[in-house]
Design a protein around this ligand. Structure first.
Ligand code: HEM
Length: 141
């Protein structure tokens, strides 16, 4: 895959994450729990695709060390704290935990996601593309 194709895949899957997350939240507000869970499930699939695209893209760029050092810990924290809304949501669903705890967990995770996106955008805008073999057309292409 060329770097441009990877970039398109990255932004399309990121867009799907946003669409599915917004859908899941709207459905939760309407108390449609099955829809909420389907939206969260679809968001997780799109999120995994986004991370695979990001990881593959990362190998094609040389990043500015400052933005890299700021972005990476935030991105790992955002990925790690995803378990908080998953666990509190499951507990609330089973009648063991409060919706307040679920909302707080969502708030923490979402704040970190926004920070990860912001610092990721900064990192990508300050990066330089490597010229790789994958970009060089081979005979017959
Ligand atoms: C990343 C994962 C998740 C996110 C971001 C998320 C987000 C939310 C949000 C924003 C709400 C609305 C709270 C409000 O303002 O009323 C909500 C409600 C809810 N969520 Fe989740 N959620 C997630 C995962 C889950 C999971 C895995 C479950 C259950 C297995 C779950 C069960 C619920 C339930 C039962 C409600 C309350 C719906 C109602 O008021 O009837 N959530 N969630």
């Amino acid at each position: 895959m060329t770097t441009d194709q990877l970039l398109i895949g990255f932004f399309v899957s990121l867009g799907l994450v946003v669409v599915f997350l917004v859908g899941a939240i709207v459905l939760a507000k309407q108390h449609k729990i099955k829809g909420h869970l389907a939206g969260i499930g679809a968001m997780l699939v799109a999120l995994v695709a986004t991370l695979v695209f990001a990881e593959t893209l990362g190998r094609r760029y040389t990043f500015d060390p400052t933005s890299y050092r700021v972005h990476m810990p935030i991105a790992f924290l955002a990925a790690g704290t995803l378990f908080a809304p998953l666990i509190t949501g499951y507990r609330h669903w089973k009648g063991k935990g409060s919706v307040g705890a679920h909302k707080k967990a969502f708030g923490v995770w979402f704040t970190l996601v926004v920070l990860a996106l912001g610092t990721g955008g900064w990192m990508l805008s300050a990066a330089t593309r490597k010229t790789s073999e994958a970009e060089t057309p081979t005979q017959g292409e």
